[in-house]
Write a protein that binds this ligand. Structure first.
Ligand SMILES: CC(=O)N[C@H]1[C@@H](OP(=O)(O)OP(=O)(O)OC[C@H]2O[C@@H](n3ccc(=O)[nH]c3=O)[C@H](O)[C@@H]2O)O[C@H](CO)[C@@H](O)[C@@H]1O
Length: 366
């Protein structure tokens, strides 16, 4: 099968696409793949690193404010979109895909719209429990919509929806502890917690971690803290003036996350949908601090789908402090029973065969 695929901007859109490609390769279903992204999104680094053919379109998002500068930006957005659709059509005619798949982000809007105009089979994947802007726009043009949460079904045409879960879940589901923690200077046999703010990092979580360092220094658990690439220098500058003990590791980004996840006792993070797919695929206890800065507050809805089944703890960003972070982790790690119960509840929600389910949908379209 020849597959063109696009997911842009953040890891939450990119990793599901890569997981689907990997599964198709494993099953011997893939003859050729072309990934379409933007130069500026994380995909321009992550995708070529995987040895996957990568082409770019130039595109940007709409501004909500309609003052003069917002209006001018939106005019440019429309111009770029129309130009990208033209470019995408020419890429599609050259590559001749059997299916075009979109996993979200503006760039997938141009590619999938172009594919639908050319009558090439199309599928979009929605990771979140509230539909993204691009997928809402694309829904009426594409053949099928694969969803990850039942609760999003009323936001798409009923006859197009299939509940598949997130392909990234299948990629991590079978992972066993790898003992890779020593690569961060941590001990493989000490309980370890990951603290991170999604694929781009989150300043509020970074600040809470920095404020918590003096307390974390005295704990018998380890903290692997990921700042996000753009925030790393700033975090390092602040930590330079403090004592950071060797039970704490600070890095800008983790490239091999599936190999690290099984080594973790708990995760503190945002409530991005792909992170939640990983947490539920493996059954990892988590403390979620949903980003309040996302469309329709979808991260809170994502988080609530775990919290309602006691599969995670939610801390609203407004209540997040260093002290709250330490106290929440202390009490979770001090009670193995609640860790186990949370892990079990999380695993119950996971869809570990999600990539195969998406492949089934693709087969049904082509
Ligand atoms: C601010 C924003 O718009 N965030 C959205 C974005 O989040 P974001 O890109 O942060 O997405 P998620 O939290 O869903 O997924 C992050 C992905 O990046 C990986 N990872 C992260 C850090 C790292 O160092 N290494 C690494 O590999 C994680 O393992 C995971 O696979 O996409 C998600 C999925 O559509 C949405 O739910 C989020 O609301």
């Amino acid at each position: 099968m020849r597959v063109m695929i696009s997911g842009g901007g953040t890891g939450g859109h990119i990793y599901p696409a890569l997981a689907l490609i990997e599964r198709m390769q494993q099953r011997g279903l893939l003859d050729a793949v072309l990934y379409v992204g933007t130069k500026r999104g994380l995909e321009s680094k992550i995708v070529p690193e995987q040895g996957i053919d990568f082409k770019t379109l130039e595109i940007q998002g709409f501004k909500r404010s309609m003052n003069i500068s917002g209006f001018q930006t939106n005019l440019k957005t429309i111009r770029l979109f129309l130009h990208s659709v033209k470019e995408a059509k020419s890429m599609i005619k050259t590559f001749k895909p059997d299916i075009v798949v979109g996993t979200g982000g503006y760039v997938s809007g141009a590619l999938l719209y172009a594919a639908s105009r050319l009558k090439v089979p199309t599928l979009i994947h929605e990771q979140n429990s509230a539909a993204g802007v691009t997928n809402r726009f694309l829904a009426r043009f594409v053949d099928k919509v694969a969803i990850s949460f039942e609760s999003v079904s009323d936001q798409f045409p009923m006859h197009k929806i299939v509940l598949t879960g997130n392909p990234r879940a299948q990629q991590v589901a079978g992972m066993l502890p790898n003992e890779r923690l020593h690569e961060f200077g941590l001990k493989p046999d000490s309980p370890t917690v990951l603290v991170f703010g999604g694929s781009r990092g989150a300043p509020s979580i970074n600040q809470a971690f920095i404020d918590a360092v003096p307390a974390f220094n005295t704990r018998d658990y380890q903290v692997l803290f990921v700042s996000g690439r753009v925030h790393f220098d700033d975090v390092q500058a602040q930590l330079k003036t403090m004592t950071v003990n060797d039970n704490l590791a600070v890095v800008p980004y983790i490239s091999n996350m599936p190999e690290i996840l099984p080594d973790l006792k708990a995760i503190v993070g945002r409530a991005g949908a792909t992170s939640l797919a990983e947490i539920t695929a493996l059954g990892i206890p988590s403390i979620l601090i949903p980003s309040p800065y996302v469309t329709n507050n979808h991260q809170t809805k994502n988080a609530e789908s775990l919290v309602k089944d006691d599969a995670a703890i939610l801390i609203p960003e407004t209540q997040l402090t260093g002290a709250k972070l330490v106290q929440s982790l202390d009490s979770l790690l001090a009670t193995p029973d609640s860790q186990q119960a949370m892990a079990k509840a999380a695993k119950k929600i996971g869809i570990p065969d999600a990539a195969d389910r998406v492949i089934e949908v693709i087969n049904s379209i082509i």
